[in-house]
Ligand binder design. Structure first.
Ligand code: AMP
Ligand code: MG
Length: 497
């Protein structure tokens, strides 16, 4: 062990300066408990980029002490671990009490990236585990780790993942798999479901305390609002509505399907949270359902914008006892109808290299999406090839993606005319940093997971690097920017992970 590593182990053992702001809300909000240790944990992957952003030493994170600590197998000095209670609507139905069934919050650190909470996902049973075992398997932990970093790399608000650890302890799913823990990092893990919980139980004191906590810590501007007759809770609902609308617009533009948009999986900070059966689209299929358990297609790609609004409506309902006037709540939610289309159009325009809005842009966007859907064109490859075409390559690589080439040519003419006004070089520059070359396709994750099950984590490392710089060219990884193999469409990913 190097000198620095020893020093940093000491740092962990002497105690990082943990704070416990969430715990300060009081015992109605959580149960304090220790993680359940896993035997002989080992590091699977450390996110060096995030460690640097947080001002944490990667040497420290790679030590046995840190690996044990972030698996929940060694007590962390100064941490005050807890599982929080929340409720929620699952698949449109009130599910009552849920809670952190397999996630344990350690506390909060003041980092170089501001205050951040650290949570261990998969670290054992809690009072909210219901029938579950409190564990996560290696497969799902790697998906969460890479998925959240892919979203971050694309500039989409998300919880982060600092590291994945594993243990050979068996975990029973459809088959026996091995246990794993992800260290998640976010300013807060509070969900819509936390508000629904206290509202449904008519615990309005706790409801107010929670809302005040969220406003004071994350939305202080709500206190100074002149809107809604100065009603800070209505202002909070409006802010959350706007952030959620902007987040979902980004999902749609990049072709991300969340897969389980239950209200307990919606962050009060407008972060993408709880990566389960998510997927980045391969072919553009608006009705695509990525969650194998979602039989009705409630969370299909093209339903996400409406589902987010429905979820915000649940949040509004939960906040109503604090807001008082129903009109204020409705007015706050109304902002979704302007923010979502505005944000989506801005994102789609950027994909086309158009920095400013002009009449006719919406039709231009809608008509290309229609063509992409009709010919089931690969979504990521289309946008990247279009960017390269605008940057100066021939049109064939884009045109060849379509079965109906005449229809594409017709659209292409209109697009070229529109580009003349915008400036081609500027458009190309904007497109190449808006349209990723690399997204975390299901089959890429699957291949990395297969290797990881054999304890070879090099593919996880490679994918992490690619998704953290998805707009760059990586000639050594050209194969990972290509079309998915046929077997990719047969991968079945469900909630059970
Ligand atoms: P999800 O659909 O993953 O958001 O999970 C819904 C609820 O089930 C949450 O309360 C989770 O904490 C809980 N849960 C999911 N998987 C497990 C598990 N393996 N053990 C305990 N609780 C779980
Ligand atoms: Mg969840």
């Amino acid at each position: 062990m190097t000198e620095t590593a020893e020093a940093t182990v000491d740092q962990l053992e002497v105690g990082l300066p943990w704070q416990h702001n969430f715990a300060g809300l009081g015992p109605a909000f959580y149960t304090e408990l220790q993680p359940t240790p896993l035997p002989a944990p080992y590091a699977v992957c450390v996110n060096r980029l995030l460690a640097e952003e947080l001002g944490l030493s990667t040497d420290m994170l790679a030590t046995t002490a840190a690996v044990e600590a972030f698996t929940g197998s060694r007590p962390i000095e100064g941490a005050r671990s807890l599982a929080s209670v929340y409720s929620g609507h699952q698949f449109g139905v009130w599910a009552g009490q849920l809670g952190d069934g397999r996630a344990i919050l350690l506390g909060e650190l003041q980092t170089a990236a501001g205050p951040q909470e650290f949570q261990l996902k998969g670290s054992g049973r809690t009072p909210y585990s219901r029938m579950g075992d409190g564990r996560a398997v290696l497969r799902s932990s790697i998906r969460e780790f890479l998925g959240s970093e892919a979203m971050q790399g694309l500039g989409i608000p998300t919880t982060r993942a600092l590291m994945v650890t594993g243990s050979d302890a068996p975990v029973r799913r459809e088959e026996v798999e091995s246990a794993s823990v992800v260290t998640r990092v976010a300013p807060s893990f509070i969900r819509f479901g936390h508000f629904e919980h206290f509202s449904a139980r008519e615990q309005y004191g706790e409801l107010r305390k929670l809302a005040d906590y969220v406003i004071d810590r994350f939305y202080p501007e709500c206190r100074a609002t002149a809107k809604f007759a100065g009603n800070a809770y209505a202002a909070l609902l409006e802010q959350v509505t706007e952030r959620t609308a902007a987040m979902v617009a980004q999902w749609q533009a990049v072709g991300f399907c969340h897969g389980v948009m239950n209200t307990d999986n919606m962050s009060i900070l407008g972060l993408t949270i709880d990566y389960g059966p998510f997927q980045f689209l391969d072919a553009f299929d608006p009705g695509h359902i990525c969650n194998h358990s979602d039989e009705q297609g409630r969370y299909a790609y093209n339903k996400q914008p409406n589902v987010a609004y429905w979820n915000l409506f649940c949040l509004g309902q939960a906040l109503l006892p604090l807001i008082g006037e129903q009109e204020h709540a409705l007015a706050a939610l109304e902002s979704y109808k302007t923010v979502f289309p505005r944000e989506l159009e801005a994102r789609m325009r950027a994909k086309l290299g158009l920095p400013d809005a002009q009449p006719g842009d919406r039709e231009l966007i809608e008509s290309i999406l229609k063509l992409l859907a009709q010919d089931k064109v690969d979504y990521t490859i289309f946008w990247r090839r279009l960017s390269q075409y605008v940057a100066g390559t021939t049109v064939e690589p884009v045109r060849d993606l379509f079965l109906d080439r005449e229809a594409f040519d017709f659209w292409g003419k209109l697009y070229s005319q529109r580009l003349e006004g915008a400036g081609r070089a500027e458009a190309a520059a904007l497109m190449l940093k808006t349209n990723p070359k690399y997204v975390l396709r299901n089959h890429l994750g699957e291949l990395a997971i297969r290797q990881a099950k054999l304890k070879d984590y090099s593919e996880v490392e490679a994918l992490l690097m690619l998704v953290q710089s998805p707009f760059d060219e990586h000639p050594a990884h050209e194969d990972k920017a290509g079309f998915p193999p046929d077997w990719a469409s047969h991968i079945e990913i469900s909630c059970s992970s």
